[in-house]
Design a protein around this ligand. Structure first.
Ligand code: ADP
Ligand code: MG
Length: 690
């Protein structure tokens, strides 16, 4: 890697504390540097520069005192007519001011600026007034003669206790001045089309604006960050592909026997996913593929067929499950269908049995194994591990994924997940993998009919539930429970329970998180056994009940749930053969976006479409929150809001690397600077390693 970017960028990675505004010999300054470092989340100049304002106060609007709107930032030009000093210090000191159209007062509880607010002084005051036209501690009071000192547009940076926006101005001005002359890493045509400023100009436009900034500067910087991420991921992906793996091919004999035992044809989605997997397996490089599909979409069968291909090719295959229970469940499926030996290896398998399995894995006489992470302990040796399947269930992290790839040097890896991951997140967090999606479920599963109802229609909904009960149905009745309004929510759930009990008697049960565990388990067991047939619940998701006989789900205040969450909830019905229903009860007055979200859920059971929409509508906070560990956080971009830029960046990165795989051309070298700027050094080292 050439040394040019790091030397060029050195001023940006220098410590904040060295900036002139923070270097002066003032006792408070070391503390100020620390406060700034805390607010911006880093101790370097670049961290300050990347700490963008979250909003702007526009002080350009001048109004007459007679027309000051309360609660809005305005600037008024006034003359001081009188000072009122209170007899005690609980009252503020006030300057009464006028501009000829009316009067106002400027109030200070302490630190009254007597010099600027002397009787007869003419000043510009900028701040918010209350209904009584009182400006309490306005942010700016500037003598009229110095009007130019009043910032026209004031950025609002996220701050920390003890730090004021004012403290950031000088260090930021210095930091901006230190941005070196950097080569432009974006395509000239793109910059023209989007009317984007250069990197330094964009930062200046956001931190020191003369007018409220247009979207262009922030979008440019977001694109910088997204492109750096996409180039980095593409480099890692390309390097992985370039590394030798092995070509796994087979005559299909084992597969044919497994399918014959299974007795059904593959769904088109399964066939398509398997074809993608086969192509990867047959290629002389390592596979790293993510197989996504809702619970029940048939991932296990696809995994088994992939594993059998590895065996046909003369190798071994291992299936890794996140829990002992899931490992046993997989073993049952595999043992029933696989025409070759398969064993279970978990922490619970001990002694002679364990010894036998370890020997058989080492000498190759055991071709298939299912287990928990025990599969990948130091002492487990394989003769020839060709394929590792990881049933992720979003419990393994990126690091573990990489670790498991290491057992067989050239092992192919297939990861399965039941979480529909929005495309945006796939691109940013799983970008090192290829992806197959199982979009449709095996035939024979009746769709869940979903309908929307205003809460005002509760009586009709209750009657419909009564009719379903008459037909023998079992019903979940879900009430929301969120931390902020937990007490009220719990009361609402209990009230609903009482109401339904009055209507349907002992057939109604209640389960929620505040119950003692024994009560909760008893309530679930009663419902599973059919002793109760309506289960009022706040925590169905967490307790993970699986009752195939349940065919009706009522969800109250559906507008308060995330779409992905509603989709998961709804997945708890429609598992048996009975026709299933989901009734979404919503607030009587429903905002238009909320209505659109619920309609989407009504109109589709496609988890992927729902996940994408939900991500777009909610910004993906939840999913990001659970996945972000290990992944770089975003400082300038917002992957949900900037989705268009993300897709552009993915295409841009691919085209760039097609044309200039070593990043040695003019733009390529500039992009190296971009990677260094966003600290994607690891990706750059893949270049150095060739
Ligand atoms: P997942 O692992 O994605 O949750 P499973 O592999 O457990 O899904 O499959 C769910 C159910 O569908 C199982 O009972 C399985 O036997 C059945 N199944 C899978 N593929 C097919 C198919 N092609 N035709 C009919 N049934 C299938
Ligand atoms: Mg499964």
């Amino acid at each position: 890697m050439s040394a040019v970017p790091s030397a060029l960028l050195a001023p940006l990675f220098a410590p904040l504390a060295g900036l002139p505004g923070l270097r002066a010999a003032h006792a408070r300054l070391p503390a100020l540097a620390r406060l700034i470092a805390r607010a911006v989340g880093g101790e370097r100049v670049i961290d300050l520069l990347f700490h963008l304002p979250e909003s702007y106060i526009d002080r350009r609007s001048r109004v007459a005192l007679g027309a000051v709107p309360p609660g809005r930032v305005v600037t008024v030009a006034v003359e001081v007519v009188r000072i009122e000093r209170p007899g005690n210090d609980r009252q503020p000191t006030r300057a009464v001011v006028t501009d000829g159209t009316g009067f106002a007062e400027i109030a200070f509880f302490r630190g009254f600026p007597a010099a600027r607010l002397a009787v007869g002084a003419r000043v510009l005051v900028s701040g918010k007034a209350d209904e009584r036209r009182s400006f309490v501690h306005p942010e700016h009071i500037v003598p009229e003669a110095d009007a130019a000192r009043l910032p026209a547009v004031e950025p609002v940076w996220p701050l920390t206790a003890g730090l004021l926006g004012f403290h950031l101005r000088r260090p930021l001005a210095e930091a901006l001045a230190r941005i070196p002359d950097l080569p432009e890493w974006h395509d000239a045509a793109l910059l023209r089309r989007e009317a984007w400023p250069g990197f330094a100009a964009a930062l200046r436009a956001l931190h020191m604006p003369a007018e409220p900034p247009a979207p262009a500067p922030r979008r440019r910087l977001a694109y910088d960050e997204l492109l750096a991420g996409q180039v980095a991921l593409a480099l890692v992906r390309r390097r992985r592909r370039a590394r030798p793996g092995r070509a796994l091919t087979g005559d299909g004999r084992l597969r044919a026997r497994a399918l014959a035992t299974f007795g059904h044809a593959l769904t088109p989605a399964q066939a398509a996913a398997l074809a993608e997997i086969d192509a990867d397996l047959a290629a002389p490089r390592r596979m790293l593929r993510l197989l996504q599909g809702d619970v029940g979409s048939g991932k296990t069968l696809v995994a088994l067929l992939a594993m059998l291909r590895a065996v046909e090719a003369g190798g071994q295959a291992a299936l890794l499950a996140p829990t002992e229970v899931l490992a046993q469940q997989h073993l049952r499926t595999l043992a029933r269908l696989a025409p070759v030996p398969v064993a279970l290896l978990t922490g619970a398998v001990k002694g002679a049995a364990r010894g036998r399995i370890l020997r058989a894995l080492a000498d190759g006489s055991l071709p298939l194994v299912v287990g928990t992470h025990a599969l990948f302990q130091e002492r487990v040796g394989y003769r020839d591990l060709a394929l590792v399947v990881i049933d992720e269930q979003h419990r393994f992290g990126v690091d573990q994924r990489l670790l498991m790839g290491g057992k067989g040097e050239a092992s192919d890896v297939l990861v399965m997940t039941a979480t529909p991951i929005p495309r945006t997140l796939l691109l940013t967090q799983w970008g090192e993998m290829e992806v197959s999606r199982l979009r449709e479920k095996p035939a024979g599963r009746a769709p869940v009919r979903t309908t929307l109802h205003a809460l005002a229609a509760l009586t009709e909904v209750t009657e419909a539930v009564g009719r379903a009960l008459d037909r023998g149905a079992r019903v979940y009745w879900v009430c929301p429970l969120v931390a902020e309004s937990e007490t009220a929510d719990l009361a609402a759930a209990e009230a609903r329970f009482a109401l339904l009990r009055a209507r349907f008697g002992d057939a109604v049960g209640l389960v929620h998180g505040q119950q003692e565990a024994s009560l909760r388990e008893a309530a679930l067991a009663d419902f599973a056994a059919g002793r109760t047939r309506v289960l009022v619940a706040t925590t169905v998701i967490e307790v993970g009940v699986d009752v195939p006989e349940a065919s009706v789900m009522v969800i109250e205040h559906a507008e308060r749930f995330g779409l992905a969450q509603l989709h998961q909830l709804r997945g708890r019905v429609g598992r048996g053969s009975a026709a299933s229903f989901c009734l979404l009860l919503h607030d009587d007055s429903l905002a238009e976006t909320a209505r659109r979200r619920l309609r989407l859920l009504r109109d589709t059971e496609d988890g992927f479409r729902i996940a994408d929409e939900d991500f777009r509508l909610r910004g993906g906070g939840e999913l990001l929150g659970t996945r972000q560990s290990g992944a770089p956080g975003w400082r300038l971009a917002d992957p949900a809001g900037d989705e268009d830029l993300l897709h552009m960046a993915a295409r841009d990165a691919a085209l760039l690397l097609d044309k200039d795989p070593g990043l040695t051309g003019e733009r390529g070298r500039a992009v190296r600077t971009l990677l260094a700027l966003f600290e994607r050094g690891a990706a750059m080292r893949t270049l150095a390693a060739g």
